[in-house]
Design a protein around this ligand. Structure first.
Ligand SMILES: [Zn+2]
Length: 104
């Protein structure tokens, strides 16, 4: 579930949990490929990703995924569902200051 602002479009990543979805659990799936001999071959696992990014090596895909999650971690205002539940009655959007949230 991810939280977003209806007024300005601000959004954050899905809520994290220590045992469920979180950057480390997501990224660990890439670590086997990072340590394989195929890391510099052209990435072909995701046609849509290749269409958007052009020819790209698996090494570069992994590097970009790590950078993407680093940025998301910095931008997460309410990291867990529990954190959000505690503050949602008074929470305001970090970008526009309104209280007009939705969760998908
Ligand atoms: Zn907003």
């Amino acid at each position: 579930m991810y939280l977003y602002c209806n007024s300005c479009g601000w959004e954050q990543d899905d809520f994290y949990s220590s045992e469920g979805y979180n950057p480390a659990n997501y990224l660990k799936d890439w670590m086997k490929q990072l340590c394989s001999n195929d890391v510099d071959k052209q990435f072909t696992d995701d046609a849509e990703f290749v269409r958007e990014n052009g020819p790209i090596s698996t090494r570069e895909v992994i590097a970009r995924e790590l950078e993407k999650f680093a940025q998301r971690i910095r931008e997460m205002k309410w990291i867990t569902w529990e954190h959000w539940k505690k503050e949602r009655d008074t929470a305001v959007c970090p970008k526009c200051g309104r209280r007009d949230f939705s969760i998908d």
